[in-house]
Write a protein that binds this ligand. Structure first.
Ligand SMILES: CC(C)(COP(=O)(O)OP(=O)(O)OC[C@H]1O[C@@H](n2cnc3c(N)ncnc32)[C@H](O)[C@@H]1OP(=O)(O)O)[C@@H](O)C(=O)NCCC(=O)NCCS
Length: 252
């Protein structure tokens, strides 16, 4: 592994185009990209299912949104400056499951509906919160000599990942399934860009959030350091805590 310091990176937060898809699908989930919120829309009520839920938002510094209009206002503010927020829906059997043809026929897509269970985002930032991990050798471009000396630094785009789910959807593998699909999508999108681009993802997680830490571990994130925001306490997940949290990093 080569050590590269932050000032040697070429940060390209808005470099090239990495179009977000409308949806990303997995066997059980659909991740729907939110580009805006309209009053009365299904997207807004799906978003409120999550942001309006006190338990899902317990690690959010702003807490839950008490009303639909508060969710709408928060979404407008956030989407103005950050993109790549997705609502996570899970597939649920429709109310009137009928076998179309013959007793062994499998239920068709139309026998399913989608239920909003959470949110996931992979938001671009100007630069990482902490000096990033060294770029692994495997991610460096090489010329025909294929030696360490000839390794070229790719452009690096920094993003931070966040997710939250309603409690009734916890422990079923959805958190892992959605995060893996999202990262995989952006890994592939980066590899298709005209200029070689590497995506560096940061995640900030409280040490007591075992489920979230396990997701990061399974995705092969590595601990970078402690991000100290301020010498003050914040109320998160039911207690007053120091305003600092460990950061984990991963190159896609
Ligand atoms: C943390 C959270 C995202 C986990 O989502 P999830 O869908 O329950 O996670 P998964 O079912 O995909 O589980 C992933 C792994 O974590 C483990 N895990 C999940 N919750 C756990 C918990 N509370 N304690 C210990 N392990 C847990 C699972 O067993 C699984 O590991 P395994 O495959 O080795 O068995 C979810 O609990 C949540 O939304 N919490 C509130 C919001 C939040 O904490 N967001 C993250 C802020 S950093």
């Amino acid at each position: 592994m080569l050590t590269r310091t932050i000032d040697r990176f070429i940060y390209t937060p808005y470099f090239g185009s990495m179009e977000s898809p409308t949806t990303i699908t997995t066997p059980r989930l659909r991740l729907t990209h939110i580009t805006g919120v309209e009053s009365g829309s299904i997207a807004l009520s799906d978003l409120h299912c999550v942001w309006g839920n006190e338990i899902a938002t317990k690690w959010n510094i702003h807490g839950s949104c008490k009303t639909l209009s508060e969710t709408e206002e928060r979404a407008r503010t956030i989407l103005k400056k950050a993109q790549d927020y997705f609502i996570v829906h899970r597939k649920v059997p429709g109310q009137h499951l009928e076998v179309a043809e013959g007793k062994d026929a499998a239920p068709s897509e139309s026998n399913y509906t989608w239920e909003a269970i959470g949110m996931i985002n992979l938001v671009r930032s100007e630069k990482p919160d902490l000096d990033p991990l060294p770029i692994p050798d495997s991610k460096l471009q090489r010329d025909s000599q294929d030696s360490d000396e000839s390794a070229k630094l790719p452009a690096v785009q920094t993003r931070s990942i966040g997710y939250m789910y309603r409690e009734e959807a916890w422990g079923k593998g959805y958190g892992m399934e959605a995060a893996a699909a999202l990262l995989n999508h952006f890994r592939q999108a980066a590899s298709r860009m005209d200029s070689p681009t590497l995506v560096y993802v940061e995640a900030g997680v409280d040490p007591s959030n075992t489920g979230s830490l396990r997701i990061l571990e399974k995705l092969r994130f590595q601990k970078v350091g402690l991000n100290v925001i301020a010498d003050e306490k914040v109320f998160l997940a039911g207690e007053w805590r120091q305003n600092e949290y460990p950061i984990y990093g991963l190159y896609l």
